[in-house]
Ligand binder design. Structure first.
Ligand SMILES: [Zn+2]
Length: 77
């Protein structure tokens, strides 16, 4: 199964939308580092505030930045 997801590079901060198989690694096109998958806020159903999902909280925080970066990336392409 392939899904469209947003990924962020922890090294250079690049955010990219990729259509890849679930669980497959995504490489940053800028610096070649392994990118982290972002969970976008609108599709997000696990509430990130209780601390039950620490990684969800982290992804949610990243998502706030990713929204801006994604908009900028789309404007460039
Ligand atoms: Zn990078």
């Amino acid at each position: 199964m392939r899904v469209l997801d947003d990924y962020k590079c922890p090294e250079c901060g690049t955010v990219a939308e990729r259509f890849v198989a679930v669980g497959s690694p995504v490489e940053c096109e800028v610096c070649g580092s392994a990118m982290d998958r972002l969970v976008s806020a609108p599709k997000f159903h696990l509430e990130p505030f209780s601390g039950d999902f620490p990684s969800a909280t982290r992804n949610w925080e990243r998502g706030q930045y990713a929204k801006v970066a994604k908009a900028e990336a789309k404007a460039e392409s």
